[in-house]
Design a protein around this ligand. Structure first.
Ligand SMILES: [Zn+2]
Length: 386
């Protein structure tokens, strides 16, 4: 089916280079076309937990599983929650994160740390909302400081596409703010609400609940905001407490820099999360011998069938991973279980679970989960099951 919407015409006119220059339009997955599944009723959003039985000491909840930023029916923005006893650890904060958090039955009071893979909007849309709306009173909600780890200031933008005139820069004096500046700017913008609530409701100041740290790769890696984006490297530790140890590695998601994947080690198992990336040897190292690899995925044939030009499909392939390559990464890492998340297209009518599963299975023999919102996975599951 040929593209018909104004947005799609813009994409066709802009091509690959414009894709890099217009991340709001193109990352991380474009709006789904009016594809083969659209004649059927829109799928309902998940509102209750599914998957492995609850009660495990250590479990993973796929809060949101869609690629974005354009919202799709049936899946919400990507976010993954690791629950270890009465504490929780969050990776990414796509739209709907806090609502899914609540629907999962997990009190944000136990949220200990949040890790942002990269600063694309479909991974950060609910970062400040997590605090603004999850700001608690009476022992519920966020009432004690939460650590936030995310990319530091990129320090450079991709080159302007030859022959095009880009829109004026947003915030030209500081056009590449990192995670701490993102949160500080949001505090400034919401000052009136925050000040009212602290003056008349005796709440802790919201900034005191956000302990943000900018994460930058070691200098020796030799990465840069104009490339190379993700040279081969060993993961480096960014956070550790008595329940988890979290390491990061650079992944290949041009032109977004730095983009990270995370590995979280617990007493009950190891989870690795790819972040947004094309097929990456760094993810193979990150997920070495992991019990669970949560990997992004894009079904490029779907977009080809929808009429996207080859140069744009090539751009998608350079910054995202096909399901067959997800299987290869999981296989090469020796991961026992792979779960698809950040799924593009996110609308479950467009690419069936069976198709996703079959595509990964063609290259991987371990356990496969096609992620859906609020699906939980028991990380305490004895190794080798399933
Ligand atoms: Zn992205």
């Amino acid at each position: 089916m040929r593209p018909t919407t104004p947005t799609r015409r813009t994409l066709l006119a802009g091509g690959v280079a414009a894709a890099a220059a217009a991340p709001g339009a193109l990352c991380c997955a474009p709006p789904a076309a009016a594809g083969r599944g659209r004649g059927r009723p829109a799928p309902a959003d998940a509102t209750t937990l599914s998957g492995d039985l609850p009660g495990a000491r250590t479990r993973v909840v796929l809060l949101g599983t869609a690629a974005g930023p354009y919202p799709e029916p049936g899946r919400q923005g990507c976010a993954t929650l690791l629950v270890v006893g009465d504490r929780s650890y969050l990776v990414d904060t796509g739209y709907g994160t806090l609502r899914k958090f609540i629907q999962a039955g997990v009190d944000p009071a136990g949220l200990t740390a949040t890790f942002i893979t990269h600063l694309h909007s479909d991974h950060t849309a609910d970062l400040f909302n997590l605090f603004l709306l999850g700001w608690g009173t009476g022992g519920h909600g966020i009432v004690s400081p939460v650590k936030v780890f995310g990319p530091g200031e990129a320090g450079g933008l991709p080159a302007t596409t030859p022959g095009t005139t880009p829109a004026p820069l947003a915030n030209p004096d500081n056009p590449t703010p990192g995670t701490t500046q993102l949160l500080a700017g949001a505090v400034d913008a919401w000052a009136y609400d925050l000040n009212i609530r602290t003056r008349y409701n005796s709440r802790a100041g919201l900034p005191s609940l956000m302990e943000a740290t900018d994460v930058m790769p070691p200098d020796a890696v030799g990465s840069s905001p104009t490339g190379p984006y993700a040279p081969r490297m060993d993961p480096f530790v960014v956070f550790e407490d008595d329940r988890v140890r979290v390491s990061a590695t650079l992944v290949d998601h041009p032109p977004v820099y730095p983009s990270y994947g995370y590995r979280i080690e617990t007493d009950d198992g190891v989870i690795a999360l790819s972040g947004d990336t094309t097929k990456s040897d760094n993810v193979v190292r990150l997920a070495e011998d992991a019990d669970l690899l949560v990997h992004e995925v894009m079904h490029i044939p779907y977009y080809a069938e929808a009429g996207y030009p080859q140069e744009l499909l090539d751009f998608f392939a350079s910054s995202h991973t096909t399901p067959e390559d997800v299987g290869r990464v999981a296989r090469d890492a020796g991961a026992r279980h792979v779960a698809l998340s950040h799924i593009g297209p996110g609308d479950p009518r467009e690419v069936s679970d069976a198709t996703w599963h079959r595509s990964v299975r063609s290259t991987y023999r371990g356990r496969i989960t096609v992620g859906h919102d609020l699906q939980q996975i028991n990380l305490s599951t004895p190794r080798g099951r399933g």
